[in-house]
Design a protein around this ligand. Structure first.
Ligand code: NAD
Length: 334
């Protein structure tokens, strides 16, 4: 099988490529990645001789057409992915997440290539903290930020290309991922690397927001199940029953560093910050038999902390610029 992986130098895409090379050595992987600030060739360095890497933009229709014409399937991870950046400047989100997805859809349509679309649970908006329900495949879309709105738009394009043009596509909407190779701008790596630098962790507002955490390897094993046996046109929600509020996550990390549980700062909250995400992954589990391997969040978190301790050379070059960006975006200790 020849597989094109877009965004394979980013967090989830790089982990997907590692998992694929390890568990499915017969698959020939080509990565297409623009190497934005979020892409990092170093994430693929240890397997560089086992994959093909193409530096380019998913919105480059001629390049995408040529690459898609040479593969059996496409898994589309490439995106602008950081909510805070989408509030500061939505344009790259429109361009990459919507126009870029359009470019891929036209190519898979032309070459009749199987396509899997990676998306987020953020397209569903948020739930009240005391709401007993969770998102499912039939929850109406209600995105809150330019990021989630651009992802919602891309999902709608995929659904319509299935219905109108017979494209063989599946979709998955996953909850918040954690694990190795995640950019230090994101919540968990930011707290871990702050503590490595002996800086107090920073919590948005009171920290009551709830996220449904899943280890990135579990997300990617679900993607493979869907690629193998998913129904064309179907959306699958991926989640591992990992609901935790942000304050507890910071406190888990502090404990793992042997620090006092309350040794953190509150900082200005994100405007429009979603309250709670929760995923009902019954369809994926019953129809495709998928189960997560990481059921103990603390264990997964400990392994992630160890990875950031052992791989300082990977994250160190981005750390100062990332913290400066938070300050210039107006982050203030409360
Ligand atoms: N991180 C999460 O918790 C999470 C949860 C659910 C879904 N998702 C989705 O998973 C996908 C991957 O997320 P991530 O966290 O790995 O993101 P990331 O920001 O770490 O990586 C994105 C990658 O895409 C590349 N890229 C960006 N624009 C491009 C373009 N125009 N052409 C080619 N490559 C481009 C970047 O260089 C980078 O390597 C996204 O679609 C995101 O919406 C993420």
């Amino acid at each position: 099988m020849r597989l094109l992986v877009t965004g394979g130098a980013g967090f989830i895409g790089a982990n997907f490529v590692h998992q694929t090379v390890t568990r499915r050595p017969g698959v020939q992987v080509t990565v297409l990645d623009k190497l934005t600030y979020a892409g990092n060739r170093a994430s693929l360095a240890s397997i560089a001789d086992r994959i093909e890497f193409v530096h380019g933009d998913i919105a480059d229709t001629a390049l995408v057409d040529r690459l898609v014409g040479g593969v059996d399937a496409v898994v589309h991870f490439a995106a602008e992915s950081h909510n805070d950046n989408s509030l500061a400047d939505p344009w790259p989100f429109i361009q990459t997440n919507i126009v870029g997805t359009y470019s891929l859809l036209q190519a898979v349509r032309r070459h009749q290539v199987r396509y899997h679309h990676i998306s987020t649970d953020e397209v569903y908006g948020d739930l009240a903290l005391d709401d007993p329900t969770a998102f499912s495949e039939v929850t109406p879309y209600n995105p809150s930020s330019p990021y989630s709105a651009s992802k919602a738009s891309s999902d709608m394009l995929v659904r319509s290309w299935v219905r109108s043009f017979g494209v063989r596509a599946t979709l998955s909407n996953c909850s918040n991922n954690y694990g190795p190779f995640q950019h230090v701008e994101k919540f968990i790596p930011r707290q871990i690397t702050n503590l490595i630098d002996d800086v107090r962790p920073r919590l948005y507002g009171a920290g009551h927001q709830v996220r449904d955490w899943i280890h990135v390897d579990d997300h990617n094993s679900a993607v493979w199940e869907i690629l193998d046996r998913g129904r064309i046109g179907q959306t699958y929600l991926i989640g591992a029953d990992g609901e935790r509020d942000n304050k507890s996550v910071v406190q888990f990390i502090l404990e793992a560093f042997g620090r006092d549980r309350d040794d953190f700062d509150h900082v200005t909250d994100r405007p429009g910050h979603d309250l709670r995400y929760a995923i009902d992954s019954t369809l994926l589990r019953t129809e495709l038999g998928w189960e997560p391997e990481y059921r103990d969040f603390r264990k997964g978190l400990d392994a992630t902390i160890e990875w950031y301790r052992d791989n300082e050379s990977w994250w160190r070059p981005q750390k100062d610029a990332t913290e400066r960006a938070y300050v210039s975006a107006g982050e203030k200790v409360l």
